[in-house]
Design a protein around this ligand. Structure first.
Ligand SMILES: *[C@@H]1O[C@H](CO)[C@@H](O)[C@H](O)[C@H]1NC(C)=O
Ligand SMILES: *[C@@H]1O[C@H](CO)[C@@H](O)[C@H](O)[C@H]1NC(C)=O
Ligand SMILES: *[C@@H]1O[C@H](CO)[C@@H](O)[C@H](O)[C@H]1NC(C)=O
Ligand SMILES: *[C@@H]1O[C@H](CO)[C@@H](O)[C@H](O)[C@H]1NC(C)=O
Ligand SMILES: *[C@@H]1O[C@H](CO)[C@@H](O)[C@H](O)[C@H]1NC(C)=O
Ligand SMILES: *[C@@H]1O[C@H](CO)[C@@H](O)[C@H](O)[C@H]1NC(C)=O
Ligand SMILES: *[C@@H]1O[C@H](CO)[C@@H](O)[C@H](O)[C@H]1NC(C)=O
Length: 382
């Protein structure tokens, strides 16, 4: 009280205080209602090219506060947003390398062609905790590529896990032993896979410009690297530019049921209002030609991921870069119409890929791929 009394006596101080309060009110309260959000035009419409989903998201979050009557739907969306912390915004990819085997695409005594070029760079999206799957890959197609003199390099893409069961020292040790890990300092999480894909694209562009093709795949996939690289090396003079090979997915419908069978891919309507996704290549394995790499990287600086699903984002980037997808299965069948059945596999093998495998199953599948390759090689020799 005494303090206020004394201050009141000093009128000049009071005037200054009133002015400060008024200024604060203007800055915090008054301005907020009148200020035009960044990206909006004066009349409040969004210029279509600048329209960002995150602006919509913020708007939607506010509208939820105002209309709580539709509770089930609102709570599902809200909990999704709170759980994922995901936001649709452009990522300029300003991360740092924690581990970077940057000489990996040089010859290093491994196979490159006469001009120092490589046919395929394989980038495997892998979570830090999946050391067992990475070992399964090392013991199967990575060894196979060396054994059969395949012009390919295989590297794993990892983010950083600050709070996980995985210790960074173990990742560093694993990288030192095998020399096949690229790691950046963004948070490794399922909803950051779009960042991981761009990480791979950027690395390919910067450190592996001598590879004719780049493939992105997952760590629970087995594929016939022997046949694939052979097919690609025959194809590249013809399909050198604007080429993307993958399981093209047309008119896919976003999963709208937060409790459904595919709830992992639940996509709130407010996040992605359109009924269909752009045509996209299934994330388990797609191959892009060298010239497509920088075009995709450029597109990633122009459009944000509409959803966290990295393959859908790749579809959006390819659409932006005006590149169409060559469907993998017809492409395969055209090249191997009467391929000898792969022995010891439960399903007919008419593709390069087998998906969603355990590390034990990967070994079985690889043995089958390997023996089929030998049989086919011998058949074509005779
Ligand atoms: C709003 O302003 C933009 C330019 O600032 C103009 O292109 C657009 O036509 C205006 N829209 C309306 C509804 O007045
Ligand atoms: C943002 O919301 C408006 C309706 O509120 C919708 O017409 C528009 O398509 C949305 N923009 C994007 C990029 O989803
Ligand atoms: C509540 O959400 C459901 C599902 O999106 C929708 O069909 C329904 O029209 C909404 N009801 C109201 C009152 O907004
Ligand atoms: C391996 O492949 C390269 C290029 O395809 C070729 O030049 C070389 O002779 C091959 N080496 C062996 C041992 O087959
Ligand atoms: C993605 O990574 C960035 C950078 O590390 C981090 O700030 C963000 O929280 C992560 N997002 C998700 C959804 O994990
Ligand atoms: C090898 O790669 C370089 C670019 O790194 C390219 O200019 C050259 O044409 C390639 N050679 C062949 C035979 O494709
Ligand atoms: C294929 O040919 C190689 C050498 O020509 C031979 O060692 C191998 O046993 C043959 N494999 C099969 C499955 O016929």
């Amino acid at each position: 009280m005494a303090l206020v009394y004394r201050a009141l006596k000093r009128k000049s101080v009071v005037i200054v205080l009133i002015c400060l309060v008024a200024l604060c009110y203007y800055l915090i309260g008054g301005r907020q209602t009148s200020q035009i959000p960044k990206g909006l035009t004066r009349n409040g419409t969004l210029p279509t090219d600048k329209m960002s989903l995150s602006t919509n998201l913020t708007k939607y979050m506010r509208s939820l506060d105002r209309s709580p009557q539709n509770t089930t739907q609102n709570e599902d969306t809200r909990s999704w947003l709170e759980r994922t912390h995901w936001e649709s915004k452009i990522d300029y990819h300003m991360y740092h390398y924690l581990i970077n085997p940057k000489d990996k695409c040089n010859s290093n005594g491994l196979v490159v062609d006469i001009s120092g070029n490589l046919t395929l760079l394989v980038l495997v999206k892998s979570a830090p905790g999946n050391a067992e799957l990475r070992d399964a890959i090392r013991n199967t197609y990575m060894q196979g590529a060396i054994k059969y003199n395949v012009s390919a390099r295989i590297l794993f893409l990892l983010g950083f896990q600050a709070h996980g069961e995985v210790h960074q020292t173990d990742i560093v040790k694993e990288a030192e032993t095998n020399g096949d890990i690229i790691q950046e300092d963004f948070e490794d999480s399922y909803h950051n896979l779009t960042i991981k894909v761009i990480m791979g694209i950027k690395w390919a562009m910067t450190f592996c410009g001598n590879s004719h093709f780049v493939m992105l795949t997952d760590d629970d996939i087995m594929f016939d690297i022997l046949t694939l690289v052979e097919d690609l090396s025959k194809a590249y003079p013809k399909h050198h530019s604007g080429f993307v090979l993958g399981e093209a997915t047309y008119n896919a419908i976003p999963f709208r049921d937060p409790n459904g069978y595919l709830k992992k891919f639940y996509t709130p309507k407010t996040l992605y209002p359109q009924a269909r996704y752009p045509t996209y290549p299934q994330g388990y394995g797609y191959i892009i030609s060298r010239d497509v790499v920088p075009r995709v990287f450029q597109a990633s600086k122009e459009i944000p991921p509409p959803v966290p699903w990295e393959d859908v984002y790749m579809g959006a980037l390819l659409q932006k870069a005006r590149i169409s997808i060559t469907d993998k299965l017809p492409w395969y069948r055209e090249r191997h119409p009467v391929k000898t059945a792969t022995p010891n596999l439960l399903v007919p093998h008419n593709d390069y890929f087998m998906i969603q495998l355990s590390s034990a199953k990967m070994k079985t599948v690889w043995d089958a791929i390997q023996s089929a390759f030998i049989i086919n090689a011998n058949n074509s020799v005779h």
